[in-house]
Structures are given as structure tokens and as C-alpha cells.
Design a protein around this ligand. Sequence first.
Ligand code: ZN
Ligand code: MN
Length: 487
Amino acid sequence: MPREDYIVTIGLEVHCQIDTQSKMFCACRTGFGAEPNTNVCPVCLGLPGALPVLNKKAIEQTILAGLLFNCETPELSKWDRKNYFYPDMPKNYQISQFDLPLCDGGEVPLYPQNYPKETQGEILNPGKAVKLTRIHLEEDVAKSTHLANSSIIDYNRAGTPLMELVSDPDIDTPEEAFAYVKTVQQILIYGGISTADMEKGQLRCDVNVSLRPHGQEELGEKVELKNLNSTSAVRHSLHYEIARQTEELDADIAQIQSTRRWDDDMGVTQLMRTKEDAHDYRYFPDPDLLPVQSGIIRDRMRQFVTERPHEIAARFTGDMGLSDYDSAVLTADKNLAEYFEAATKSSKAPPKKTANWVINTLLAHLNENNLSPADCPVAPEKLAATVNLVEAGLVSNNQAKEVFEALWQTPEKDPAAIAKELGYEPADTGAIDVIIDEVIAANPDKVAEIQGGNEKLLNFLTGQVMKASQGKANPKLVTESLRGKLL
Ligand code: ZN
Ligand code: MN
């Protein structure tokens, strides 16, 4: 049977480190890049007798994430031990949450701009929101590196607050899975909950995928792909896995519940273990930790719920009249959205014009120089001042581009001063006036036509004046002057 004859069901588990100063159950520093095994203590090394102490900030931020994803937070939440034996977890259990997580339900809207670029024209379910099962809080494990004949381990990461977002099996395609991860990442960054940098392992995905023929009610046996560390790995591993399962089901090979590894270099999945050797985690309540009155925290955290990217985008299209595309580009990055808002505030031009400058000019410069909006050298007020020069008729749009070029090189300068330095100086209108009169005198036929009603030819004469002034005149003012003299 071709692939279309099977229903694909995908669910995702996203692990995301929460930005906190200290670890989940001890005072050790969190963070990426420190000397291995320097940010450790008896608690996060799992030494006997060491007792965990809860990180308040991590609990608050998880509940805040829940509010951003429209989850419910129950009145009470508790901690459980998830038992397994592995060097990355020296206590031999992970403190996690089993039946009373901090957040229940909720949903993740799939933003159209977060689908893979080349598929954005053909989104299967526009406006879809993926249902969440829960968000719980746990501790990250140590980082192990396997060498040829040995393994090394760094416990700096052990105990870092880690939230886990579990989706319902509500995702239909690899492209939706891709958009899901990107949107989760974007909303967590906007909420100030996590930097969510996948390259630094701050956000990691496990994917479940099963196939079943149309008409079959119950889900097929699921395959889990572990520890995917890029959105493209999520997408490509799913495509591979769907094709592999289709082929096997076609050949009457029954699927068994199993865990597979994605090899990014080879572009294939490989079997790690099947259900038979799956862990039995033997969850039980952690006797070292009291339950949390999460309802009280939830009520207190409501005041910190910020605007989500789609709400900001709606404001940009609604109040400011931007296109959906412009709003999506501007809200793709939190810092860029903030930059645009600051620029519009001090700009006298309509928001659409400021948006064009940010998207076409500023973003191009950032991309060329491999800079993120957070590192933009030009202050939003300076960009606005450049746009204002055009708005006031002091320079033309093209001249303003030159002003911006110079501003990019010397961002401390004032755009008006730069315009003056470049000779875009409207003060010497006397000289320009002489040129205008010369051009009128040299083009009697065009003048006659203009006076006969062909006002379009004003542009031609303006062009002549611009040429004669070597681009120093302001075309808008020249046209006005010509109109005054001729009509
Ligand atoms: Zn510690
Ligand atoms: Mn987990």
C-alpha cells in the first residue's frame, strides 16, 4: 500500500532547560560551558544522605509556561522518583512528576511561519493547535560522552531544572512536528522561560510515531526516536521512519514497540531496544520532598503572563495595518519585535513604512553580518530618525538608504548630521532653484505638455534637476517647486 493508505500518528516529548541561576534541588550554578565537573555538590552528585531543596523560580517558570500554553494548574502537585540505573543519574533515580504534574492539558498553536519554508504554501491544517497532555518539572541528567574505549561524564548539567512538555498524539505530519517544536521554542523564549537553544542542548525532543491502516481504530505499535537535537532532525527522522514502517507493514512485518536512534550523518534510524527490555521505572512519591501548593503559585503568576507572539502579530496587523507576512517576520524573533515597536514609537512615518525599513534594510544588514537582532548596532531611535528625514521631505528614500549605510558604520552619529555630511542639505535651496529654472528653460516642449495637462512629465523634469544637482537635491521638494512654478 502507498503511504497515503496509512494514518500517521505523531506525539512529541520536548525537554527544555529553564533559565535559572541555580539547579533544581541544590545551590550549584547552572549554565553551559564551565570546566567539567566544577558546578557540583553532594546533592547533584547523588551522594548518600544529601537532601534536595526545591528551586522556587523553576516551579514558577514552569507554571508560567503552562499559562502561556493555556494549561490548567491543579491545586496540588507532587514529586516522584523515576528509578533507573545509569551513570548520568548518580542517585539511580530522577526526581520527576508522575500523576500530579504542575500543568495539565493546554495547546500549542502551530504558527504558519514555523513550518519548513518550502512547505508554507501548502499547510495541511491551517490554524491548527496541537493538544498538550501535560507539562511537568524534573531534573536534567549528566552529560556523557562515549569515546572509542571509554566514556567520560560531566555532572555540571546534572540537576539543571528541566521541564517536559508532553503532547497528545495529535500531530499528523513531520512538517507539523517541525512547526510544533519551533513554536514551543518561540513561545518559551518570549515568555523569558528558556533560551531554548537546541545547539546547546537546552531543548531536546523525543518523538513517537505509529502507523495504522485507514479504518483501524486502535493506534499502531509506536516507535520512539530519542534525543533529537534539531528541528530538521525531527522532520527528517520522521520521514525516514514513516517510509520504513510503511515498507515493513506492506511486507506484512508487524511493528513492535521499540526505541530507535536517529543517525543524522547516515540519515537512518537504528534499533536501540524493544518493549521487552523497556524500563520499568517503578515511580513512587519522593519521601524527601513535600507536595507543592501549585494553585497559589498559579494565581500569583498570572500577572507575569506576557503577550504571546501570535497576539503581538495580531496587534501589528490589526492596529498597525501590517500584512500577515510582515507581522510574522517581525515576531519571529522577540528582540526584532521589540526593536520594531521601539522604532515605531519614535517614528513619524506610518508603521508600515517603519516595518519596511526594519524588514528590508535592517534585517538585510543583520543577515549579511551574521548578527542577531539582539546585537544590532543601530538603535531603534536612530532608524526611526532616518525614516523621519524622509517623512519630513528632507531626503529622498534612496538618500536615506545612503544615510543608513553610514549610520551602520558609525551608529553613534545622528542621522540628520550624516545627511548633512553627505551633502543632502536642503538649506542651499538657492542653488537648487537656479538649476530648476535652467531645466525649465532648457525644456520648453516638456513645459508646454505639462501645462497642457500631462503632469506625469513633472517626474521627467525632476529627474533632470536631480542629475544636474548630482543627486544632492531632494526630489520631493524639487517636484513641488516645479509644480509651483509651472502650474
Ligand atoms: Zn549541586
Ligand atoms: Mn523526562
